[in-house]
Ligand binder design. Structure first.
Ligand SMILES: [Zn+2]
Length: 262
């Protein structure tokens, strides 16, 4: 009898191990075709720790609307050059949510952009806005262990789209955000990857032109655009060669705020 029970238990163990293996296989199948080894197996640039001085030129590289299908590729490029950036995240594609954990673990700032990013919803009333914001902040907390300390409004604080849904809402929301101790961050250099630029060459050109002659730049990019992620393989080594220092956004960093227009 004992032998039979032992055999049954052994069979059960084998079956559960097999089923685990299948689950892992399925997860692998769901992963993107991109292979990080494509980047990391090449000659890896080891960046020396940088000291920030009076003459330092700082780049706050920010990526909105992710995570998405190209984010892993971007993370590999950032790791290759030891560059830390900021991700203003959404819940557009919950299947990529697990990347928020990796972004934070690798030293990037992970901050709220919006849960739904639907202007007609979030800017219809302050309560609708905060409902959306808090939902995304809960996702950020669950994935990173930290609540958001900085954030970016969809469309930026200067957007006028919101006036179609609620007059004066940006004036109220920007005040409320600061009252909560959360720094809202806009940008002063645009990659134009959400309109205007449609190739990595154009993105690189826009960024190189945008940051030249600026001591501090807060750069708007979207990691949901393949050509933007591709552009980083050129822009980042160029900027490092030129002596720029990349930093992730913090509550004390330059917020590059726009003027509120609604
Ligand atoms: Zn956005």
């Amino acid at each position: 009898m004992k032998k039979r029970i032992a055999a049954a238990l052994l069979l059960l163990l084998c079956f559960s191990m097999l089923s685990c293996a299948c689950k892992n296989k399925n997860n692998e199948d769901a992963a993107p075709a991109f292979n990080e080894d494509d980047i990391t197996s090449e000659s890896v640039t080891v960046t020396e720790p940088t000291t920030i001085g009076e003459d330092s030129r700082i780049l706050y590289l920010t990526f909105d609307d992710g995570p998405g299908a190209y984010t892993q590729h971007l993370l590999a490029t950032l790791a290759k050059y030891n560059v830390k950036v900021t991700f203003f995240v959404t819940n557009f594609r919950p299947e990529w949510r697990f990347l928020l954990t990796r972004e934070a673990r690798e030293g990037h700032t992970v901050a709220v952009h919006s849960y739904s990013h639907e202007y007609s919803n979030i800017y219809s009333s302050t309560s609708a806005y905060w409902n959306d914001f808090n939902k995304m902040d809960d996702v950020v907390l669950a994935c990173t262990g930290h609540r958001t300390e900085v954030m970016r409004f969809p469309g930026g604080s200067s957007n006028t789209i919101s006036s179609s849904y609620c007059s004066g809402i940006m004036t109220t929301l920007t005040r409320q955000m600061l009252d909560k101790g959360i720094s809202y961050i806009d940008w002063d250099v645009d990659s134009y990857d959400a309109g205007g630029a449609s190739s990595s060459e154009e993105v690189v050109e826009n960024l190189q032109r945008g940051v030249s002659d600026r001591k501090v730049s807060v750069i708007l990019c979207h990691d949901v655009k393949s050509y933007t992620v591709e552009a980083m393989e050129t822009f980042i080594p160029w900027a490092l060669e030129e002596g720029y220092i990349f930093l992730p956004c913090t509550p004390d960093s330059n917020p590059a705020r726009h003027s509120v227009n609604n």
